[in-house]
Design a binder for this molecule. Structure first.
Ligand SMILES: [Mg+2]
Length: 269
């Protein structure tokens, strides 16, 4: 998913000797400005390198089971599984939390279908069609965690309208791909343990509060995810490990340890 997001950042501008508030659009990805062409990777070459990394040099949409990507993801999952097998010394109901896209479900088939150019409409076809296979190693990790007595939570930026399809793709509903993950653990207050992102008007109080100063009151990914983890912990759970493919899945605390899954195909700030 190449995601283009423009954040509106308020800044002070002098107008006619007075001070006025102006909205200055800025890119949400902060990075360097190359001085010459040689400092920029060629985008077509990078696409090919990514295909090679996924063990799919011809871009069929199926990643290789023994690709470098699969090996790297499996290695992270194995490290997580080992960590979760250690005796729990904390307080509360131990839990793990996992992101969905490219943490539990792999979106390579979609990336190839759209040549890495995300749009909400094209993505929704894959999400609602439940077309995504599991990320290598992660089903085994989640099943092992469940056997060890961890509560299982999923936290995704997918919207509320995609909740049922997401649950069906992750678990087993007989529609599309059934990745075989454990069902999420209900929280006891009516929440089902799979957290999708509500529309701003439907934010629960903990998101309204955490995101009040975000642009238009819409949660940044880091605020949405960290505030949701804080909410889960406020209900008596202790998030022992948090798994994500984006740094924005992992920043902001409320997890004892974080694990980063590989994903060179898009960046969500
Ligand atoms: Mg993700």
């Amino acid at each position: 998913m190449l995601v283009v997001v423009a954040a509106i950042v308020g800044s002070l501008t002098l107008v006619g000797g007075g001070i006025a508030i102006a909205d200055t659009p800025e890119p949400s990805i902060k990075t360097r400005t190359p001085r010459t062409e040689s400092g920029v990777p060629n985008i077509d070459v990078v696409r090919q390198q990514i295909k090679n990394y996924y063990g799919d040099p011809l871009g069929t949409g199926t990643f290789g089971a023994s690709s470098n990507y699969a090996k790297e993801a499996t290695k992270v999952a194995a490290a997580g599984t080992k960590y979760l097998g250690q005796p729990y010394r904390g307080r509360g109901h131990k839990a793990i939390l996992m992101d969905v896209d490219d943490t539990t479900l792999n979106t390579w088939n979609y990336e190839i279908a759209v040549n890495f150019a995300f749009t909400p409409a094209s993505n929704a076809e894959f999400v609602l069609g439940q077309k995504f296979p599991a990320v290598p190693g992660m089903v085994n990790l989640a099943k092992a965690a469940e056997r060890h007595g961890y509560a299982i939570f999923y936290l995704t930026g997918r919207g509320t309208a995609q909740e049922a399809a997401t649950l069906g793709n992750l678990t087993a509903d007989g529609t599309g791909v059934d990745a075989g993950y454990p069902k999420p653990t209900p929280l006891g207050n009516g929440e089902d343990g799979l957290f999708t992102k509500p529309a701003v008007a439907d934010y629960p109080d903990y998101l309204k509060k955490a995101c009040a100063n975000d642009p238009k009151g819409t949660c940044t990914t880091i605020h949405y995810k960290s505030a949701t983890r804080a909410h889960i912990e406020s209900l008596g759970f202790d998030i022992v490990a948090n798994f994500g493919d984006q740094w924005s899945d992992l920043k902001g605390g409320y997890a004892n340890r974080t694990f980063k899954l590989p994903n060179p195909t898009y960046f969500l700030p």
